[in-house]
Design a binder for this molecule. Structure first.
Ligand code: ADP
Ligand code: MG
Length: 267
């Protein structure tokens, strides 16, 4: 592949570009050369068995971990580093914390465990980051938080504490909380895996609606119905590699034996 030319082009268009990314924890080589592109306004579903490196990949995209090798671009910008011309060719210089925080603010993340502040109402949870991180004036942050809670169907639960909400409602608050920071990209790491089965649908419904409104999303999930129906791109990972990748139709027509075997376990 003519990496210099075509790579540059796609970097400018794609919302996320992951190029030759490796991650090792000590001797454990968790990601072994991941390449991935996510187009703006699309949904990518990442599938794969436990331990295949899915969460690590999301955490690298959001700079919660540092990659061992490779490049990650978000919104056309190299993340974590500045490329400088050295005497012997380009060298990477680590960005300072402020620049990294600025890059991270483009991304919202939703985890399996909702991690809401237990002593704060739904409204206060959603207002927290806008007020204390983004320094949005309180009145405006509140207006925005009400809007986002409405968006996830919780306009009538503003003053409820997490303990007074179902798991599905708590996860919807977590989604509203991420949306309140106006991210360009939303990452979801098994957002429904901790929920009772009857609560999964309401969370997937909200995610589907956010996708329909044009959000760029990367979703690690075992919900094949959601992947098939909502995702534009399916990525199957195993043992730190992308083993198979394509449109949603690959769920019904998997090529690789490993993807076939995985689908047997989840379908
Ligand atoms: P998945 O999300 O696909 O289940 P993970 O990305 O969580 O996989 O983990 C991939 C592998 O990396 C696992 O073997 C896991 O134990 C290991 N791992 C993840 N995070 C760390 C860490 N901070 N330190 C050491 N090993 C880790
Ligand atoms: Mg995981």
């Amino acid at each position: 592949m003519a990496e210099q030319d075509s790579g540059q082009e796609s970097r400018n268009q794609a919302a996320i570009v992951v190029q030759g990314v490796h991650k090792a924890f000590g001797n454990l080589h968790v990601l072994r050369g991941i390449n991935l592109e996510v187009e703006p306004g699309t949904v990518t579903a990442i599938l794969g068995p436990s331990g295949s490196g899915k969460s690590t990949l999301l955490r690298l995209i959001n700079q919660l971990e540092e990659r061992t090798a490779g490049d990650i671009y978000v919104g056309g910008e190299l993340t974590g580093y500045k490329r400088l011309e050295g005497a012997n060719g380009p060298v990477l210089q680590r960005l300072d914390e402020k620049a990294i925080a600025q890059q991270r603010s483009k991304i919202g993340m939703v985890f399996q465990r909702f991690n809401l502040f237990p002593h704060m109402t739904a409204l206060a949870n959603v207002m927290e980051a806008p007020v204390h991180v983004a320094r949005v004036p309180k009145a405006r942050a509140q207006e925005e938080a009400v809007k986002q809670l409405d968006r996830v169907g919780l306009g009538d639960r503003l003053d409820y504490y997490p303990s007074q909400l179902s798991g599905g409602q708590q996860q919807r608050v977590a989604i509203a909380r991420a949306l309140a920071m106006h991210p360009q990209i939303m990452l979801f790491d098994e957002p429904t895996s901790a929920l009772d089965p009857e609560l999964v649908g309401e969370v997937l419904g909200v995610m589907k609606q956010v996708a329909a409104q044009g959000m760029t999303m990367v979703v690690v999930t075992h919900e094949m119905g959601f992947a098939r129906e909502v995702a534009n791109q399916i990525v199957f990972m195993d043992e730190g590699l992308v083993v198979e990748q394509g449109g949603p139709e690959i769920i019904d027509h998997p090529h690789s034996p490993r993807f076939q075997a995985f689908l047997q376990t989840v379908l």
